[in-house]
Design a protein around this ligand. Structure first.
Ligand code: NDP
Length: 295
């Protein structure tokens, strides 16, 4: 039996279309566009690609994009001053600082400087705390995108066994909190977990966010489980050409799972779509309007 393929690209496209409809309504009602500011420090090529893509999709959704590119040797005071300025700017609803930052800058200090109500990446400890205690707040985009795909595929998640592999602050931990919020029984696995294949085998839902190419094998997966592969790993493909693979061995996983996300085209496209959704939600809150229904 072969798994259903979860088409994140199509799902994200449909979500962006709903966002565009609501963004146009917001502009009519508020007399201004919802706005996202993206700050890029340095010239990391992968980050530059992400920032370009975010800017383009923001504009395509009918929102305003403000890009701030700073040189790699920017000092912390200059970066913090820019964030202060964006916090105070009424045209800016969401602020995203592209990570990773150059080594001399403290990500923790920089994220802490963002107004939590404009923290559309959901990385500020205020928003992490809100998620942990089940209050409304901004949720990191990638795990929220994974949850949307899971609910679309499975409906009610209550009572299901979920195993999240990875415990980073941007994917693993918020993913686990979201699944707990859906009343799953959640296990968080990491590099010290013993007998990982056995842990994964009991899961109805597997979320792999590790960064190790093709680590999760088909025979680790419970037949019929729903597998969400967050990993993006650049490896050498046939004829030495670079290609992207996930953390799950898709070829064997697709034979066993009930549903599975491909890489690319699964979780990846969801991240920016959710970022736009969070920005539009921030804009509504700042304008005193009820949150748009993007479902
Ligand atoms: P991190 O490197 O921050 O975290 C990786 C996690 O995997 C850690 O918790 C680590 O455990 C765990 N881990 C490492 N090796 C093993 C192992 N052998 N067995 C079990 N667990 C292990 O990565 P991120 O969370 O930032 O990202 C994970 C992956 O997701 C990457 O491939 C990244 O590129 C991708 N990603 C994709 C996004 C998208 O838009 N689709 C967005 C963000 C990330 P420990 O804590 O013990 O070290």
């Amino acid at each position: 039996m072969s798994a259903a393929i979860i088409d994140g690209k199509a799902f994200a496209g449909a979500l962006r279309a709903r966002i565009a409809t609501h963004a146009a309504r917001f502009e009519q009602g508020a007399g201004r566009k919802a706005g996202l500011a993206v700050v890029l420090v340095g010239e990391d090529p992968a980050s530059a690609v992400y920032v370009r893509s975010k800017g383009r999709q923001t504009v395509e959704a009918g929102m305003a994009s403000f890009e701030h590119r700073l040189p790699a040797d920017t000092d912390e005071a200059t970066l913090l001053a820019l964030i202060e300025q964006l916090n105070a700017d009424p045209a800016v609803d969401g602020i995203l600082v592209q990570l990773p930052l150059p080594a001399h800058l403290s990500e923790q200090t920089v994220i802490a400087a963002i107004d939590p109500d404009k923290d559309v990446d959901g990385f500020h400890t205020t928003n992490a705390g809100r998620l942990a205690v089940g209050q409304k707040g901004f949720v990191p985009c990638t795990p929220l995108g994974c949850l949307m795909l899971l609910k679309d595929q499975l409906g009610d998640l209550s009572g299901l066994e979920a195993v999240v592999i990875g415990r980073s602050n941007i994917v693993g931990k918020p993913m686990a909190a979201l699944l707990l919020g859906e009343s799953c029984t959640v296990t968080v696995a990491h590099s010290r977990t013993k007998n990982l294949p056995d842990v994964v085998r009991r899961a109805d839902i597997v979320v792999a966010a590790v960064g190790r190419p093709l680590m999760v094998q088909g025979d680790w997966i419970k037949p019929g489980a729903c597998v969400i592969d967050v990993g993006i790993n650049r490896v050498e493909g046939p004829e030495g050409k670079p290609m992207l693979v996930g953390d799950v061995d898709y070829a064997s996983g697709v034979q066993v799972a009930g549903a599975i996300t491909p890489v690319p085209g699964g979780v990846g496209p969801m991240t920016i779509a959710v970022l736009l959704a969070n920005t539009l939600t921030a804009a509504h809150a700042r304008a005193g309007l009820p949150a748009p229904d993007l479902s």
